[in-house]
Design a binder for this molecule. Sequence first.
Ligand code: NDP
Length: 249
Amino acid sequence: MPATTPEPTTPDATPRQRSVLVTGANRGIGRAIAERLVAGGDKVATIVRSGGAPEGVLEVIGDVRDTASVDAAFTQVEAAHGPVEVLVANAGITRDQLLMRMTDDEFAEVLDVNLTGAFRVVRRASKGMIRLRRGRIVLISSVVGLYGSPGQVNYASSKSALVGMARSITRELGARGITANVVAPGFIDTDMTKALPEDRQQAYLGSIPAGRFGQADEVAAAVQFLASDAAAYVSGAVLPVDGGLGMGH
Ligand code: NDP
């Protein structure tokens, strides 16, 4: 069947109340994304391990490391909001360690959440999107995925692999009205970065052309665009939100 060509739209013209799923929306970047999409009128749900989702977001306790848990969470979200039309794979962890000291577990754990976790939710969401013949997939990567970072061989590997994932999804499902893109945040002020030693934070600050760290809502704004009808012809892209740190990669 030939691909359909939707009418061009303006960025804020996404009139439907879409079923949106953001993983890890109880804090940080995921929370800001969920809040923005709720404010835009979407029905937003989240999968989190520990609870604490923002007002107006359907919270489902689950774990992206577990296929059965992901499946059960989707079933719950679909029953409440309908098939997921916008998926934001945001849940992520770090286990920083220098290469020669990094254990198999530290490497595998990060890959399991950041990469395989994204795969699990994308695979589950794709079924409904294929049936709907539309969908928006946004994978939250990191500037570190393409820039590299000492002590983050596990994390950077997981984040760069999301680019290959989005581009392969684009090639596989692009003709079905489904887009898959990557947002690559730089240094954003959240719990994850607060955990970094002060000297590392200062070193990053010195190399960011914008001269400041980013806010979670600045990442959310980029996600909102990629999730909108206006971004129907954007797929397989990496959108940096990093104050210029990665120079567009
Ligand atoms: P936080 O550490 O603040 O939040 C991480 C989120 O992921 C939490 O909601 C957490 O839920 C969830 N999560 C972790 N493991 C799992 C799991 N197994 N199953 C379900 N949910 C899980 O991180 P940020 O907001 O800073 O980061 C969000 C994303 O953005 C991550 O992918 C991160 O790699 C990426 N990023 C962040 C940057 C930054 O500067 N902060 C820069 C670049 C990328 P719970 O509380 O229940 O554990």
